[in-house]
Design a protein around this ligand. Structure first.
Ligand SMILES: NC(=O)c1ccc[n+]([C@@H]2O[C@H](COP(=O)([O-])OP(=O)(O)OC[C@H]3O[C@@H](n4cnc5c(N)ncnc54)[C@H](OP(=O)(O)O)[C@@H]3O)[C@@H](O)[C@H]2O)c1
Length: 252
């Protein structure tokens, strides 16, 4: 899909990948609705993106998700693309996963995107089509000790995405899943770790030096990933990989 003049909802648009995607799509002529919890940040970002709309929403709350879509419809009258990007990490060995923390992240990383899809699907069907882009993770393609909570949630989102794509084919609604590689954002600092039980303190540590990651290929910038996502929006491919070498890991 060509993004020019399209109405796009980007969740998690207050920082990192979502912010880079929103800016890039706006530069390519899209009208972007910027959703996240941080009102002040969103308003400052929206002030720099002509025609954009800040929408304060906690994506783990169904009511907020419903209101986000109705606010966007109220402003623009349509939704062409939904980018479900808001999310947070949770690292813990299986034995130490806290059910309450896992449930809370299930609400954000899986149920929130699902509910957003359920609200835009009828709108897109009426419009004659649309595109839903769900941001999963390269970790969903791997089995890494200590990383199952996040990998499981992102795998669930990927499976929902590909199944919805098959279900909605006749409605000309495409659903794509994106597998980012390690990307230099606030993600590491925002990841919940079992030994802290609160926000992680990886701070500005380079992700390839972060605990448990070992030596890895260099991380990506959010601007690089935004270009990958823009290309993926153009191709409407089912699966969009940050790098070609990640394709070999898919469903191995
Ligand atoms: N960075 C990586 O290495 C990497 C790799 C693979 C996948 N990903 C995925 O990429 C996506 C974007 O992450 P990022 O790297 O850009 O991380 P980030 O810099 O931490 O950004 C996360 C975004 O999600 C928003 N968010 C968090 N909780 C939310 C909630 N309850 N409701 C609404 N918005 C919420 C945050 O905004 P507020 O705090 O203002 O709400 C922020 O805009 C996530 O789904 C992540 O899992 C990241």
């Amino acid at each position: 899909m060509d993004v020019r003049d399209k109405v796009v909802i980007v969740t998690g648009a207050s920082s990192g990948i979502g912010l880079a995607v929103a800016k890039l799509l706006a530069r390519h002529g899209a009208k972007v609705a910027l959703a996240a919890r941080s009102k002040d940040k969103l308003e400052a970002i929206a002030a720099g993106i002509p025609g954009s709309l800040p929408v304060v929403a906690d994506m783990s709350r169904e009511r907020d998700v419903a209101k986000m879509v109705s606010d966007v419809l109220g402003r623009y009258g349509r939704v062409d693309i939904l980018i479900n990007n808001a999310g947070r990490g949770y690292d813990a060995p299986v034995e130490k996963i806290r059910p309450d923390a896992f449930r809370a992240l299930f609400e954000l990383n899986v149920v929130g995107p699902l509910v957003a899809m359920q609200h835009v699907i009828p709108v897109m069907r009426r419009q004659g089509g649309g595109l839903i882009v769900n941001i999963s993770s390269g970790l969903a393609l791997m089995t890494l000790p200590g990383m199952s909570p996040y990998a499981a949630l992102k795998s669930a989102l990927g499976k929902i995405s590909l199944t919805a794509r098959a279900e909605l084919d006749g409605d000309r609604i495409r659903v794509s899943v994106v597998y980012p590689y390690i990307t230099l954002t606030g993600f590491e600092a925002n990841t919940i770790r079992h030994d802290e039980e609160t926000q992680g303190d990886a701070g500005d540590a380079a992700p390839d030096e972060a605990e448990g990651h070992g030596p890895l290929r260099p991380p990506d910038t959010p601007e690089y990933l935004a270009e990958v996502i823009l290309k993926g929006i153009g191709s409407e491919d089912a699966e969009i990989f940050a790098h070609d070498w990640m394709r070999n890991m898919a469903h191995a």
